[in-house]
Design a protein around this ligand. Structure first.
Ligand SMILES: Nc1ncnc2c1ncn2[C@@H]1O[C@H](COP(=O)(O)OP(=O)(O)OP(=O)(O)O)[C@@H](O)[C@H]1O
Length: 313
């Protein structure tokens, strides 16, 4: 569904070159749900804009929904949907009319556009709002309308740029419910960017991490966490001196009386580690294990937290 080779975009700012995307090779198969993650300025939007034909690549190739973004951008656009960060509905039409009008813009006949609008009103739970104008909708309702608009021409591939950003937790959960329902109903391939690592972790079957314009990790969240981050053990000791010895024994780090270790399997490692500490006369006051997060993956790869310079909480 998406196949890129050496996809590159360089911006010229005055006399300087900004290499926003550096030779990306990416293959996304039909029906996949891919989360595209990276810190601010990593190159997510630039990649998305090239894949959706909004921006020309400097070099490299991209086949999207079976069409070449360079040779046939119109063909790509007819086959994909794009839900950007800004609202795509005007303010004046009623929700149902906006759907029908945009369907007509894609070349659907009135009857087809109306039938499709009715279908999407149900799929995105917009029916109770059909006679309202977009200006009167809440953030979450508006985002649902944007997704419906992105689907009006039955694209087989939908790009979503930060679909849940700026929404309260309940609306975020609702948007995800709809995204998953959409996939179940139509088998749509979904490629989305998000700042919310836990959403990518829980919802996407594949996570692609970009940093400095290059893909640095690609796999299921579980694979990435197992292969790159490992589990954590945190132990608290009675004194700082004990913590330092405990850190040495476990090849971890000590901070005050807290000792942190990174291990492949915390549940299996912890009992033996605690025994070694006891044998060395170290008093442990608490011990806990934790599974890694996608941020731990990013940290392991780059030495930085993905959220260091990111916005939302
Ligand atoms: N039109 C432009 N002119 C010059 N530089 C640009 C332009 N668009 C993007 N860049 C630069 O390219 C790099 C990648 O930007 P991009 O917007 O793709 O990142 P991003 O991962 O989407 O970040 P964010 O999460 O903040 O949206 C950044 O260094 C950015 O400053």
């Amino acid at each position: 569904m998406i196949h890129t080779r050496g996809l590159t975009r360089v911006f010229k700012v005055k006399k300087e070159k900004v290499e926003a995307v550096r030779g990306i090779d990416l293959d996304v198969e039909t029906g996949q749900l891919v989360a595209f993650l990276g810190p601010n300025g990593a190159g997510k939007s630039t990649t998305l804009r090239m894949l959706t034909t909004l921006l020309k690549p400097t070099s490299g190739t991209a086949m999207v929904a079976g069409r070449d973004v360079n040779a046939d951008p119109t063909g790509v656009r007819a086959r994909i949907g794009y839900v950007g960060q800004r609202n795509s509905a005007g303010e004046d039409y009623l929700v149902r009319d906006e759907l029908i009008t945009q369907g007509r813009c894609y070349g659907l006949g009135t009857r087809q556009a109306t039938a499709r609008a009715e279908e999407l009103l149900d799929l995105l739970d917009l029916r109770p709002l059909a006679k309202r104008t977009p200006a009167t909708l809440s953030g979450g309702q508006r985002r649902r309308l944007d997704i419906a608009l992105g689907l009006i021409h039955r694209p087989s591939l939908l790009f979503l740029d930060e679909p849940s950003t700026g929404l309260d937790p309940r609306s975020r959960a609702e948007i995800w419910e709809h995204i998953l329902r959409l996939r179940e109903t139509y088998g749509t391939t979904l490629f989305l960017t998000t700042h919310y690592l836990e959403e990518a972790d829980n919802m996407a079957e594949r996570v692609v991490i970009i940093d400095g314009g290059a893909i640095i990790a690609d796999g299921t969240a579980a694979q990435l966490k197992n292969d790159l981050a490992g589990d954590h053990i945190t132990v608290t000791t009675g004194t700082e001196a004990e913590a330092e010895t405990a850190a040495r024994i476990g090849e971890g780090t000590a901070e005050g009386t807290t000792v942190r270790l990174r291990v492949a399997n915390a549940a299996a490692t912890l009992p033996g580690y605690l025994r070694s500490l006891e044998d060395s006369g170290i008093k442990v006051t608490s011990a806990e294990t934790a599974r890694p997060t996608l941020d731990d993956v990013f940290l392991a790869l780059t030495g930085r937290s993905i959220t260091d310079d990111n916005i939302p909480a």
